[in-house]
Write a protein that binds this ligand. Structure first.
Ligand SMILES: Cc1cc2nc3c(=O)[nH]c(=O)nc-3n(C[C@H](O)[C@H](O)[C@H](O)COP(=O)(O)OP(=O)(O)OC[C@H]3O[C@@H](n4cnc5c(N)ncnc54)[C@H](O)[C@@H]3O)c2cc1C
Ligand code: SF4
Length: 325
């Protein structure tokens, strides 16, 4: 499949890139290209101009400080997965990076591109020929949804690996826009809107991710068809802090691929607080977490199957962290 024609630019500063992005609705930014270029080949995104961020210096770094760790948006997933600093301090983040797609996606793909990747749907991520037999859906500029007929909105799923592992650690993001920089929780980057999944304002570009120091243990579990190359059917990250005698002080559970953005099981987290993690509690929490997700038929896997697997993953994650105490 060939790329459509577009204008290609390589600004030297983030400010310049942000101004270019803000000046034209049909301009997009390119990092590793492993998501964007595939979507362009499928003609689901047809930009007039593509801004390559890779000529901008100082966006590719992993920097440790007293207040936490900073990772530049252009840092590749391979560099994150193989960083001794990340392996030592935030192993689940390194593990999630090492589980994205195949080696080529990790070598080219960046943290910024992973967090800002487009949502996915089996009716959208297809060739124009395949899509041509149906009317265009909301996400393709039409006025219906082939997944939920009368819902009036797009239910495409956020399928990124990095966001859950970072959100449970309270990661923050820094973005640069035409009006300067903003710093906010990564969780707020996602607005749970399948048609336009990111809350970035016009011209804003992700610059850096900040992970505060963390106590406790974190785990990332990914369920997929083939280990060699696959988006998650669903995945979750669990972060847990205990008092050392098995009582939970704090827990966070965030899923990927079961909603229009990363989904946090807030009530299940509350249920865990102050409790001993015995078998009964593990069962109750996994049942509760499943009630908090709303998978739709956006992939070949049924919502019922995803719910079943979600309960299994939550149980497995809680047991693994309990046994690691
Ligand atoms: C076969 C295949 C398998 C894959 N498997 C997985 C998987 O298992 N898990 C997974 O998470 N992903 C997967 N991906 C998707 C993709 O490879 C990764 O998400 C990758 O990390 C994207 O990063 P990138 O730098 O290549 O992004 P790009 O393709 O360059 O960009 C992706 C999107 O983010 C935007 N963007 C990029 N950088 C920024 C920035 N700094 N600020 C604002 N917007 C930005 C772009 O405009 C674009 O819309 C897969 C892709 C393919 C083709
Ligand atoms: S969920 Fe519906 S509107 Fe969204 S991409 Fe799929 S078919 Fe299109």
């Amino acid at each position: 499949m060939r790329l459509p024609q577009f204008e290609y630019v390589e600004p030297k500063t983030l400010k310049e890139a942000s101004k270019m992005l803000a000046s034209d609705k049909k301009t997009v930014v390119l990092a590793g290209g492993t998501d964007l270029l595939v979507n362009m080949k499928h003609r689901v995104i047809e930009p007039r101009r593509v801004i390559n961020l890779k000529a901008i210096p100082k966006l590719d770094h992993i920097t440790a400080g007293k207040d936490g760790l900073r990772i530049g948006a252009l840092t590749t997933l391979h560099d994150i997965a193989s960083s001794p600093l990340i392996q030592e301090q935030y192993p689940a983040v390194g593990q999630a990076a090492g589980e994205v797609g195949a080696y080529a996606h990790q070598a080219m793909g960046t943290l910024g591109g992973n967090l800002c990747q487009e949502n996915r749907c089996r009716f959208y991520n297809q060739s124009p020929f395949w899509r041509g037999v149906r009317s265009p859906c909301y996400k393709a500029g039409g006025d219906l949804c082939h997944v939920v007929k009368k819902s009036g909105k797009c239910h495409s799923a956020y399928c990124g690996d990095m966001a859950p592992a970072l959100i449970v650690l309270d990661a923050q993001v820094k973005v640069t826009g035409p009006d300067g920089e903003r710093f906010f929780p990564l969780k707020k980057l996602y607005n749970q809107n399948g048609k336009k999944p990111l809350s970035l304002k016009t011209g804003e570009i992700l610059k850096e991710v900040f992970i505060p120091p963390s106590s406790g243990k974190t785990l990332y579990l990914k369920w997929r068809l083939r280990d060699s190359l696959e988006f998650p059917i669903l995945s979750l990250s669990l972060h847990m802090e205990t008092d050392g005698k098995g009582q939970v002080k704090k827990a966070r559970i965030v899923f990927s691929s079961v909603g229009e953005g990363p989904v946090e099981a807030v009530s299940a987290e509350k249920m865990l607080k102050g409790k001993l993690l015995d078998e009964r509690m593990i069962e109750k929490v996994s049942e509760q977490a499943v009630k908090e997700i709303s998978p739709m038929r956006t992939s070949i896997h049924s919502p019922a199957y995803k719910r079943k697997m979600a309960a299994i993953l939550v149980r497995q994650a809680l047991e693994e962290l309990r046994n690691a105490e």
